[in-house]
Design a protein around this ligand. Structure first.
Ligand SMILES: *[C@@H]1O[C@H](CO)[C@@H](O)[C@H](O)[C@H]1NC(C)=O
Ligand SMILES: [Cu+2]
Length: 234
């Protein structure tokens, strides 16, 4: 192990805590009742674990499913746990600290009932911030610069119905990579005729090579794991 990565690791796991997605917003309104709160701040590292669907304990339903008008903006928000749960985590205690660099991705899947789905569904990647060559371009850093929030606008044309939203920060500072995941339950209303395309399954979507990436090299080139981001055409 290189000296540099050892330092990074010590920072990551002793000085700072792990993080969880612990708030959810619909058009700016805090709607935590629709978030499946994970049972631990520990990440998922086992590529065969069903926890890769909605995080540890994430099969447990939230208090309700949020009605979300097609075209609305939803946001998933992360904070270090334990830590400062302020609306905008401060720079000295960011949403995900300790140089937990990695991509941030948002997936969604259509389900019969978001309140009871186990998350064993067809997941479509709808948003992603990965890495474009500078430290500040890591998805996790973009997240920190945005108060821990990753937003996604539900396409106006998306078919109405129940969906799970899955947010993931994949920290690559140490190996194996650490997935911090949580899901929210939504009921899209007033939508159109666009259906999600075929997606991927969790577990199963990622390979060990993809999540055990050594990022502490110069001229790093990096592509986030999973499918390409899907965008509705209308
Ligand atoms: C979703 O919203 C529709 C339209 O308001 C409603 O008829 C339906 O009961 C809702 N379903 C769930 C599971 O909340
Ligand atoms: Cu960690």
């Amino acid at each position: 192990m290189k000296y540099y990565s050892l330092i990074a690791l010590l920072f990551a796991e002793t000085v700072y805590s792990h993080a969880t997605w612990n708030n959810f917003f619909v058009d700016g309104k805090a709607s935590k009742e629709c978030l499946r709160v994970v049972s631990t701040n520990s990440p998922t590292t086992n590529l065969a674990s069903p926890d890769l669907r909605c995080g540890p304990g994430g099969a447990k339903p939230a208090a309700s499913s949020c009605a979300v008008k097609a075209g609305s903006k939803i946001e998933m928000q992360m904070h270090q746990q334990p830590g400062d749960l302020s609306a905008c985590p401060p720079k000295n205690n960011p949403a995900i600290g300790g140089r937990h660099f990695g991509p941030v991705m948002v997936y969604m899947c259509e389900v019969a009932d978001a309140a009871t789905s186990s998350g064993d569904c067809s997941w479509v990647k709808v948003a992603e911030d990965a890495y474009t060559g500078t430290e500040s371009s890591w998805g996790t850093e973009v997240l920190n610069n945005n108060c821990g929030k990753r937003a996604y606008t539900i396409p106006k044309s998306l078919k109405s119905g129940n969906y799970l939203i899955r947010a993931e920060a994949l920290a690559l500072h140490s190996q194996p990579g650490q997935s911090y995941i949580a899901c929210s339950q939504i009921n899209v209303t007033g939508g159109g005729s666009t259906k999600l395309p075929a997606g991927v399954k969790f577990p199963g979507a990622y390979t060990a090579t993809e999540v055990n990436k050594n990022i502490w090299v110069s001229n790093l080139k990096y592509t986030a794991p999973g499918p390409k981001v899907w965008a509705a055409t209308a």
